[in-house]
Design a protein around this ligand. Structure first.
Ligand SMILES: Cc1ncc(COP(=O)(O)O)c(C=O)c1O
Length: 421
């Protein structure tokens, strides 16, 4: 079935009607009732056709687009209203970043993450990945080594290599169903050519919220070896189940000295298409000046009007949309965890502590990676991310995006169940 007609079918009839009667009962046994937060309907199936969505464009004819990290939900009405009001002013001329932009980020770190910091630590960042690339250019030279800890978000490696840096793996250790950093391995591989480590905090794709001790230990080792830590905290605002995100530079004095944080509202508030919407927090003055100097030199230091307006609106929102979203995501994750527990398909899901990306261990299926991807894509019609793309330790895994209405998730899970059994 073509994706568009599938979506139309879902909208007309509800996803459950597309499934065999028995399958619906099986699905609902493991899942709580879809939660409807007052004022928002995360259950609403939104037709994204005609919006140039990368997620749906690349998924093509596959019925379920569950890969790239944006969600099939409307954004917080506070953000939509602010953007609409700004557009109503008609004139979109050259605009400087107002102090309210930096103040909104500064206040958010305190309010959301309990991290009270001096205002001057906060700066603009031209999108998280672009910002990390600028950090590569600022603090490393071609031929220098940059450490990543796979399986991890693939763009860290991709752009470092494009810029002629050597990427060195310090793979995470998977033990008793949990990932941890390999500090011994790290100490062994750091040498005088190693200039930087890129941390994913919270971790994509494994959904880990790193604890304070781990972050402090990492900072200590990196400082000892003169290695700068770039912490990608784009998923920070989506800590789930009452857990807490710890900003890397808040973990210890050493972390404050060696760390640069890049974050933004684009994941939590579903604004990924507002490219360039991000910020940095850099406690160390020398590093901050150097970094912001690189941005200025490249004329990358000017946020666009949508970036300014959306950031201020998101971080000042009092609508309650974000807590409601997190509750809904927890419900989706619970639903999926129960599904894989109740259906013995040879797939084990890792419960993420943050965000809407779930890491699925499919090694028990015993399929080569390409066949595994074919199973999901061609047999189940579910387009998701190939675990192998996240580097060492990703073979036999896939990443699925559950930031969608629960009816769609349930239908996708049932489709996977039928494809495998
Ligand atoms: C860990 C991580 N960092 C960065 C990005 C992309 O950030 P940006 O769009 O601001 O470049 C993503 C998007 O999926 C991500 O998961």
């Amino acid at each position: 079935m073509k994706r568009r007609s599938f979506i139309k079918g879902v909208m007309a009839a509800g996803a459950a009607s597309l499934l065999p009667a028995g399958a619906v009962t099986t699905l609902l046994q493991g899942c709580s009732e879809p939660s409807k937060a007052a004022g928002w309907d995360f259950d609403e199936v939104i037709d994204r056709s005609g919006t140039w969505s990368i997620k749906y464009g690349r998924a093509g004819e596959n019925r379920f687009a569950m890969w790239i990290a944006d969600m099939d939900f409307r954004t917080d009405p506070a953000v939509r209203n602010a953007l609409q009001q700004r557009l109503d002013r008609d004139v979109l001329g050259y605009t400087s970043a107002p102090d309210e932009f930096f103040e909104a980020v500064h206040a958010w770190e305190g309010k959301q993450h309990g991290w009270e910091i001096p205002r001057e630590w906060v700066g603009y960042a031209p999108g998280v990945i672009s910002a990390i690339n600028q950090a590569y250019l600022t603090f490393t030279q071609p031929g220098d080594k940059i450490v990543v800890q796979p399986p991890v978000y693939d763009h860290f490696r991709m752009y470092a290599e494009r810029l002629g840096r050597e990427v060195v793996d310090n793979p995470m250790i998977l033990e008793s169903g949990r990932y941890r950093m390999d500090f011994e391995g790290l100490e062994k591989l750091l040498d005088e050519r190693t200039k930087m480590l890129v941390l994913c905090n919270p971790h994509n794709p494994c959904g880990i919220l790193w604890d304070r001790d781990t972050l402090a230990r990492l900072a200590e080792i990196c400082e000892k070896h003169g290695v700068i830590v770039v912490s990608d905290e784009i998923h920070a605002d989506l800590a789930l189940y009452g857990k807490t995100h710890i900003p890397f530079c808040s973990a210890s004095k050493a972390a404050e000295r060696v760390g640069l944080i890049f974050g933004g509202p684009t994941k939590a508030f579903n604004l990924a298409g507002l490219s360039g919407t991000a910020f940095c927090v850099i406690p160390d003055k020398e590093k901050r000046d150097k970094y912001l100097g690189t941005l200025r030199a490249a004329k990358l230091d000017e946020p666009s009007i949508p970036t300014i307006v959306a950031t201020i609106a998101a971080y000042s929102s009092d609508t309650g949309w974000l807590p409601a979203l997190k509750k809904y995501l927890e419900g989706n994750i619970d639903c999926q965890m129960d599904f894989f527990k109740d259906n013995d398909l040879g797939i084990k899901a890792f419960r993420p502590e943050a965000s809407f990306l779930v890491w699925l261990d499919c090694r028990a299926l015993g399929l080569p990676q390409e066949q595994l991807m074919e199973l999901f894509r061609d047999k189940a019609g579910v387009y998701l991310n190939n675990g192998a793309s996240y580097g060492a330790g990703g073979e036999g895994f896939v990443r699925i995006n559950v930031g969608c209405p629960r009816s769609i998730l349930q239908a996708a899970l049932e489709s996977i169940r039928r494809a495998i059994s």
